[in-house]
Write a protein that binds this ligand. Structure first.
Ligand code: AMP
Ligand code: MG
Length: 330
């Protein structure tokens, strides 16, 4: 594939709550259409989410294909999130992606969802070689590129920070997703309540924190507990990011994933970066949470580096780890 020619790739995301289809080229997002699954009660139910994605697949794909048709654009590849994610959701998305690839007679590209968060973050901020803090509903990891792979320097030993926030929110009667609600409540906090701070080596744990916070909410002001939860969880993430920065000898930090929308987390990371003389990058909010553009863009750079996914290798990978992927595009 020629390096200087415009390439257009369609991407499909649907690892969990957001079904999203997008069309991108090297420069920008051309179109994106999403449909969000909101659980009737409780957290995300994998089969219900998959059912949601199946019901909305035709309409989100059609919206994007309409743009391609109107602008007479030639789609040259179909990228899809191959994992990690919820099995039933991944299978729904992969089935649609295979059908589209066959329909257009163009290559399929299976994309690692975590790497897509990183690559879209780099694309949209101009970060080149950062330590990445990836914090979402399903994952919490500190990563950096080393010898051709995104190595995981530290990660959660149990649940993700987003999941911990959402779980705690549910326990105190707040609707899903809890993260933004807790952030709002935390603004009127007056007192700090000590909660379990768990960093083991380079890994962190959030399950005990979530439980302890739910207990604390029975006897303390909810705003104080929300704020203390955030302070404790984010300090753990910042500590590990700082150590990864020093160890990997990087000069940039990139924050990605839905929890990255939190202004207190950004503030804390920013302070750490200033103290260390590192540059801090955060993409626009629409590129932080799960989105189709990140899959389409990562598929595009993979394809341009010569990587595609034969049908026989397109099975979904619910436990797909970033360090399994050889980074051929940088
Ligand atoms: P993702 O899986 O990357 O789409 O991110 C979803 C997660 O981000 C959920 O756990 C949300 O509760 C969390 N989240 C979204 N906005 C915020 C916020 N402002 N503060 C903390 N967490 C948030
Ligand atoms: Mg995600």
């Amino acid at each position: 594939m020629e390096a200087d020619r415009r390439t257009i790739v369609l991407g499909l995301e649907g690892t969990a709550w957001n079904l999203s289809c997008a069309l991108v080229d090297e420069e920008d997002v051309i179109a994106e259409k999403s449909a969000t699954y909101v659980p009737a009660k409780g957290g995300i139910h994998p089969r219900e989410a998959a059912q949601h994605h199946a019901e909305h697949m035709a309409s989100v794909v059609k919206a994007v294909l309409d743009v391609a048709r109107e602008d007479d654009l030639k789609i040259e590849g179909v990228a899809f999130s191959q994992g990690p994610g919820l099995g039933p959701c991944l299978r729904t998305v992969a089935t649609a992606a295979r059908a589209l690839s066959l329909r257009f007679g163009v290559p399929l590209v299976g994309v690692n969802h975590c790497i897509a968060h990183i690559e879209v973050g780099k694309w949209k901020t101009g970060a080149t070689d950062p330590v990445v803090l990836y914090v979402s509903g399903g994952n919490s990891q500190v990563l950096a590129l080393r010898r051709g792979r995104y190595r995981i320097f530290g990660e959660t030993l149990d649940i993700s920070v987003g999941n911990a926030l959402d779980k705690f929110a549910r326990q105190v009667g707040l609707p899903h997703p809890g993260g933004p609600k807790l952030e709002g409540l935390a603004k009127s906090a007056k007192e700090y309540i000590p909660l379990p701070y768990v960093v083991k080596g380079m890994d962190f744990s959030f399950s005990g924190l979530s439980t302890a916070a739910a207990q604390a909410a029975k006897k303390h002001d909810l705003a104080d507990v929300c704020s203390s939860f955030q302070e404790t969880a984010f300090a753990m993430l910042v500590e590990v990011s700082e150590r990864a920065l020093a160890h990997a000898e990087k000069k940039e930090v990139l924050l990605v994933g839905g929890v990255g929308a939190n202004s207190r987390l950004r503030e804390m990371l920013n302070i750490m970066c200033e103290e260390r003389g590192a540059k801090f990058y955060v993409p626009e909010k629409k590129f932080m949470g799960d989105n189709g553009s990140m899959i389409a863009y990562t598929g595009l750079i993979m394809m341009k580096s010569g990587v595609t996914t034969p049908l026989a290798e397109s099975r979904v990978r619910p436990g797909y780890r970033t360090d399994e992927v050889e980074v051929t595009w940088q």
